[in-house]
Design a protein. Structure first.
Lengths: 350, 320
């Protein structure tokens, strides 16, 4: 008997907006000028927040903080496709998603000062607390999707994670269950190419991360993660598919972590200035500005005005955050369990 | 009232609660068509359908992690991990997430789930099928650890666990699954979590045990004036009941089948030392497994605490 080919596959890459600001008109989502302006402002807001958070950390006003710089297109582009009803399971580097969904900036900053009250999501948002244990949020998203399916709710579930997460067991276990049960899930990987000091090639021998989905029986697609239109389009399609019973999708957003892993890290120890410069030239915000300028939607002056306005918003958030009284000692206990044990009650009294 | 063994009592509790509350959903390996490897979930797939009894892939971290997401969404999942030795791959999910979700989200999300898992030695099974590492899970504030010792309390504790607003690890002593029957009311009843049971009254010595050791302890103390406390819940354990009995008898022996060092007996002994020392007439003793990995069948009798060891400890404290 001759050997047979039982499976073969292709991996798609989606790109709409190139580095020079030119778009593929066939693939471009039908955005109005106003919507493009809102997308731009959301990306600049995320950048402004991030710059301020890093500065506050340097001044000793914030704890260790993981910058999102360079990942604004992946975060804002995907978040703009979500509805507030969606259930979202972030890792810890998605502040741009939070801000775009309307999570209060003051509360995000509050968390990074070391105040866990910052993770109590507003009632209107179904967004889980940041997940520091890499990839372990993926099974939670699977469970929420099982519940969505059981309740026949018209929503999808979204899990965010990075390239490092794809090496973990919970990535496998979650993806496998998502495929077996054909769940209403969208997995969004921000492949920023570095997990602290380990580059992508030290993380996997796969040519792409997107192709990993194929082995779990569902679609994986790579998108240009610095292209907000491509990220938006892929996310939107995946959400529609999920909500209509078409099962899960894995979106690999190929992007770049322009900053250090955290404010406690020095990326100069393990990657070259040339590489960083290469990606700085591919900054997602620059790219969108070029596109908007060609359409007459952006100028240096207009950009400056927007930046100043958004800086004012972040200034106000910082003031609001710093005016929050520190947590009372009883905070340690009050949400540990619904009803404290006698021993915990005694400890709470101190 | 029907005479049921523990498997039947647990099965009845699950079925009754599923009928009462459509948020209760079972998931795990082989829990559906096969009814679970110990047949604890037998008949539930037929009765409630595959939307409520999910046969999952072989995926302990995935099962417990998914149960967390289901619970946060508003369901009341019951995850079965086939043997306690396989909870280790779900340890992160239990400790880093289930036990902390309420706290991490400052009450925005909670995690009302039950993880059921068979535990304990003496069933002639392969490696990692006879673990008793409950102490590992008891240092996780936010996670309740419950261990029934018979059919009656198995049902009442499980119904309480299923209605608890926080996560519960429910350890089922495999050796007792079919060892004996008890009268189990068909009616709905719960036993409050965190409350011990006075299994036998006595005045000369207090023996504290739980789960699989209870039956062995009750046989061993037959000729002693011993009070036996069945903890039923390890985390949080009933400090008041322990101290009351220690104060009454002045002698305490703790029996558990897990290894001695860092075992849950250490927490009880420390509590007695801190809070009841002035009532003690003798040192607090522990009868436990030795500090070695759980062996296979040929050495299990040498590993598990025996009736003779329990009696020797009683004799020793009664000398004072």
């Amino acid at each position: 008997m001759p050997e047979e080919i039982l499976a073969s596959f292709t991996v798609k890459r989606l790109s709409i907006l190139d580095e020079n600001g030119k778009v593929d008109a066939d693939l471009m989502p039908p955005f109005s000028d106003a919507e493009i302006g809102r997308m731009y402002e959301a990306m600049v807001l995320a950048r402004t927040f991030d710059e301020r958070a890093v500065a506050l950390q340097r001044e000793g006003r914030l704890g260790t903080y993981p910058p999102i710089r360079g990942q604004e297109a992946a975060q804002v582009g995907s978040a703009l496709a979500l509805s507030p009803a969606e259930w979202i399971f972030p890792s810890f580097r998605e502040m741009g998603v939070h801000l775009t969904l309307g999570y209060p900036a003051a509360q995000l900053l509050q968390y990074w000062t070391g105040d866990e009250r910052g993770q109590k999501a507003p009632e209107r948002l179904n967004i889980f607390p940041f997940c520091v244990a890499v990839a372990s949020q993926i099974p939670h998203a699977v469970g929420a999707a099982l519940a969505v399916r059981y309740r026949r709710d018209p929503v999808a579930v979204v899990a965010y994670f990075g390239d490092g997460a794809t090496s973990k067991g919970d990535f496998h276990e979650g993806f496998n269950m998502a495929g077996v049960f054909r769940l209403p899930l969208v997995f969004i990987c921000q492949n920023n190419q570095w997990a602290i000091s380990i580059p992508l090639k030290g993380q996997t021998a796969s040519a792409t991360l997107a192709q990993k989905a194929i082995s779990y029986g569902f679609e994986g697609v790579q998108v240009d993660g610095n292209d907000p239109f491509a990220v938006y389009r892929a996310t939107r399609q995946a959400l529609e598919k999920a909500r209509s019973g078409g099962g899960p999708t894995f979106i690999e957003c190929l992007t770049y972590r322009m900053a250090d892993h955290t404010t406690a890290d020095d990326a100069g120890r393990y990657r070259s200035a040339e590489e960083v410069a290469h990606w700085r030239a591919r900054d997602p915000i620059l790219r969108l500005e070029r596109f908007m300028a060609q359409r007459g939607l952006w100028s240096e002056q207009a950009g400056l005005e927007i930046k100043n306005r958004l800086t004012g918003i972040i200034d106000a958030a910082v003031r609001e955050m710093e005016a929050i009284p520190p947590p009372a000692a009883a905070e340690l206990f009050d949400t540990t369990v619904a009803r404290l044990s006698p021993r915990q009650t005694a400890q709470r009294k101190g | 009232m029907a005479q049921l063994n523990m498997v039947q009592a647990i099965n009845q509790a699950l079925g009754d609660e599923m009928a009462r509350d459509d948020r209760v959903v079972l998931l795990g390996e082989d829990v559906g068509r096969d009814g679970g490897v110990f047949r604890v979930t037998e008949g539930l797939l037929e009765r409630f359908g595959s939307e409520r009894v999910l046969d999952t892939p072989l995926s302990e971290s995935g099962i417990v992690g998914a149960a967390i997401g289901m619970a946060a969404y508003g369901l009341r999942p019951v995850a079965e991990v086939q043997f306690m030795g396989f909870t280790y791959s779900a340890f992160e999910q239990l400790i880093a997430h289930a036990a902390r979700l309420r706290s991490r989200s400052r009450g925005r999300f909670s995690c009302p789930l039950v993880v059921r898992t068979p535990y304990g030695g003496g069933i002639r099974a392969p490696e990692l099928h006879e673990e008793s590492t409950e102490a590992l899970f008891c240092q996780s504030p936010g996670l309740k650890v419950v261990v029934p010792s018979g059919p009656y309390n198995a049902k009442g504790l499980l119904l309480a666990a299923l209605r608890d607003p926080d996560p519960v690890l429910y350890l089922e002593p495999t050796r007792l699954y079919r060892m004996f029957r008890e009268e189990v009311p068909e009616s709905d009843y719960t036993l409050e979590l965190g409350k011990a049971r006075l299994a036998r009254e006595g005045s000369a010595v207090t023996v504290i045990a739980w789960g699989s050791m209870l039956e062995r302890v009750l046989k061993a103390v037959a000729d002693y004036d011993a009070e036996v406390i069945d903890l039923l819940t390890l985390n949080p354990f009933d400090v008041e009941a322990v101290l009351a009995s220690a104060g009454k008898t002045g002698r305490v022996v703790i029996v558990h089948e897990g290894a001695r060092t860092g075992g849950f007996g250490a927490e009880i002994a420390a509590t007695v030392a801190e809070e009841a020392m002035l009532f003690l007439r003798a040192p607090v003793l522990r009868v436990t497994a030795p500090d070695v990995p759980v062996p296979l069948a040929k050495l299990m009798d040498r590993y598990l605490p025996t009736s003779e060891q329990i009696k020797a400890a009683l004799d020793q404290v009664l000398q004072y």
